[in-house]
Design a protein around this ligand. Structure first.
Ligand code: PAF
Length: 285
């Protein structure tokens, strides 16, 4: 496995691999690899001849009061894990290498980037789409892999790839969960022991919403009210950014669980103390 720090070196390697006819898979990450990333790497290994991952904590997707500085970083641990999984190359650039000192261009997927997490984290998705497009231009892969835990991110990246005619297939991988259902995320490590125990309530709420729809409740506003009540009753929940029902393909809001929807995305962002967790589930109607 090779660790590449420079954009030009990465491009040279990609060109050589492409000339040889290899199929290239790419898993973009911000490092501190967990089971969710490992699962995406395994999917890429199955589909492709050569697998790249990137490790880059992207400053432009963090707000001024967010956790950019304290975001967990451990390249030694990450490279050992990646090597064990058979990753061929890690692209590990510095912020200076990626943005220089005069970066001006940002990529925006209109509307989709302003709802749900975008409403509560202004500029976040512009940061994500900008870095992802830059990475796609450097790592010219055939397929790129994203986890469904960040469902809105995955839809926005798919839309960007379609709108900008990118020659890359966006593949989504399932949310990987702890035993109690908590979605695995690098941010779970910020939780205190008590917050961690209580954080499972997020997945319980998604399951509760699913049960209510399956038991015939059509008014999603009613379900939302019950779920918000349950979350607010938990003393480890500091606040709820949103709990919403959306069309899984377009992210348009859904108010009634009509049969015309094949599935309904239930998605939430909830603060446990200083930690913001997101999760989602597609409910079959
Ligand atoms: O999902 C993430 O880890 C990041 O948002 C991504 C896609 C690597 C862009 O920085």
């Amino acid at each position: 496995m090779e660790i590449i720090k420079k954009i030009n070196d990465c491009k040279l390697i990609i060109n050589r691999l492409r000339e040889k006819g290899y199929k290239i898979g790419f898993v973009p990450t911000m490092g501190f690899l967990h089971e969710g990333h490992i699962n995406l790497i395994r999917m890429a290994k199955k589909d492709c001849d050569k697998v790249f991952i990137s490790i880059f904590v992207n400053p432009t997707q963090f707000g001024p009061d967010e956790d950019f500085k304290k975001y967990p970083r451990d390249i030694k641990r990450d490279s050992a894990l990646a090597e064990k999984e058979g990753v061929d190359y890690i692209f590990y650039p510095t912020v200076q290498e990626m943005y220089g000192s005069d970066h001006k261009t940002m990529v925006e997927v209109k509307e989709l980037g302003k709802i749900m997490c975008g409403q509560h984290r202004p500029g976040h998705f512009e940061g994500v789409t900008t870095i992802v497009l830059k990475l796609f231009n450097i790592i010219d892969a055939h397929k790129a892999y994203f986890g469904q835990k960040d469902y809105q991110q995955m839809i926005i990246i798919k839309k960007m790839a379609a709108d900008l005619n990118l020659d890359i297939e966006i593949v989504s991988g399932p949310t990987i969960r702890e035993r109690d259902g908590l979605a695995i995320s690098s941010r779970n490590r910020y939780l205190s022991a008590e917050e961690r125990r209580n954080a499972a309530i997020l997945y319980e709420c998604l399951n509760l919403a699913e049960d209510m729809v399956k038991n015939g409740e059509k008014e999603l506003g009613k379900i939302k009210k019950i779920i918000l009540g349950k979350l607010e009753d938990n003393r480890f929940v500091k606040s709820v950014d949103y709990f919403e029902f959306r069309d899984p393909r377009t992210l348009e809001e859904i108010k009634r669980a009509d049969k015309k929807y094949k599935g309904i995305l239930a998605a939430a962002a909830v603060w446990f103390g200083k930690t913001r967790l997101i999760d989602n589930k597609i409910i079959k109607v």
